[in-house]
Unconditional design. Structure first.
Length: 354
């Protein structure tokens, strides 16, 4: 932890808060990356991290990703993320309400919602202590279906760029992770004629998708080496690394997982060197953020889906810029996001009168 401030400074965070309480015993980290475009938005995940440094790194990377996600999606919000260090069985109403009190003290600087190991019911419990949460009423049916639709559009955009077709009939897709988002992605792919190869740490989830969509089920450690056109990671992050990238046979990576690259520069370049078109995760999975933002301002389904549909065009712009400049798609997406943030800063800048 000796490099704590150095790590935070390098990633450009405005504020990192360590939340601790004794009764109930709670340890949480709230990372606010950038609020240029608006209040920081980012869901909260509850997870038994192996140590506090791992929890901090997760919060830092995810919150920065949220800044880029909002900017690329043209949502007037900044980036934030929160993690609660706990096992799922340690989750209680008292813990959630204590966490809600920390959120309330930020007075709207950070707006949160549900992520791993939190449910809509948990969000409602948190909302007893703060109004700065989204997804309480699930007016649209929750973020998962909208996120999945955005991922499906991203798959089609990547197919247009890399495979020169938007027709997915017979296209082979490997889907890693069959939670709410992954399962919905499988449905869209199946309905459009794709052939599915799937895996999940839960055999029951894999079996359900096999029965519903005729998918071929493979072991978790075999998903990377499948002879497919597209690899769609929809589980945990960090799965594209020096061990897994050499196994890949797909020419497209397009999935919902956050922080897919183990090391952004190294592994982003490895994918580019292999000729793989990579959809930056915070661009392709922005549907969830778009959905909860629209719930917050007054849900209009047509407007929300119009914004989600823009993911297709944004990714095509990213692919083109990366190809023309000889850079990774991850770097190209950051350039687009940072350009939008910089323009916002310049437009809001007012010099102090002498």
């Amino acid at each position: 932890m000796v490099n704590l401030f150095e790590n935070v400074s390098e990633m450009g965070h405005e504020q990192v808060l360590f939340c601790h309480g004794k009764d109930p015993d709670i340890k949480a980290i709230i990372a606010i990356h950038d609020t240029t475009l608006g209040p920081a938005m980012g869901a909260t995940r509850l997870y038994p991290y192996p140590n506090e440094e791992a929890a901090l790194n997760d919060a830092l990377r995810l919150s920065r990703g949220m800044t880029y996600k909002a900017a690329c999606a043209n949502i007037p919000a900044g980036g934030g993320k929160a993690v609660i260090i706990a096992k799922p069985e340690q989750k209680t109403d008292e813990l959630l309400r204590a966490y809600g009190q920390f959120i309330q003290k930020l007075n709207g600087r950070f707006i949160t919602g549900q992520d791993i190991n939190l449910t809509p019911a948990d969000v409602r419990t948190i909302s007893q202590e703060t109004r700065f949460v989204v997804g309480v009423e699930e007016k649209s049916g929750g973020p998962a279906p909208v996120t999945a639709w955005g991922v499906f559009l991203g798959i089609k955009a990547a197919a247009q760029f890399q495979l020169k077709t938007v027709d997915l009939q017979g296209i082979k897709v490997a889907v890693q992770g069959l939670g709410n988002v992954g399962k919905n992605v499988c449905q869209h792919l199946y309905e459009n004629g794709a052939k599915l190869y799937v895996t999940d740490i839960s055999p029951e989830k894999a079996e359900e998708v096999r029965n519903l969509y005729g998918a071929t089920v493979v072991e978790p450690d075999e998903i990377f080496s499948q002879d497919v056109d597209i690899f769609s990671p929809c589980a945990m992050g960090g799965i594209l690394n020096s061990q897994t990238i050499p196994q890949l046979r797909a020419s497209i990576i397009a999935g919902a997982a956050n922080n897919q690259l183990g090391q952004e520069k190294l592994h982003g370049q490895m994918l580019t060197d292999k000729g793989i078109t990579y959809c930056p995760d915070y661009v392709i999975n922005a549907g969830g953020l778009i959905n909860v933002y629209n719930e917050m301002i007054g849900y209009n389904e047509e407007k929300a889906f119009q914004q989600v549909n823009n993911i297709y065009d944004t990714l095509l712009e990213i692919f083109t810029r990366a190809h023309e400049r000889g850079i990774t798609t991850n770097d190209a997406s950051k350039l687009i996001a940072e350009d939008r943030i910089m323009k916002a800063r310049k437009s809001s800048y007012q010099p102090i009168a002498a």
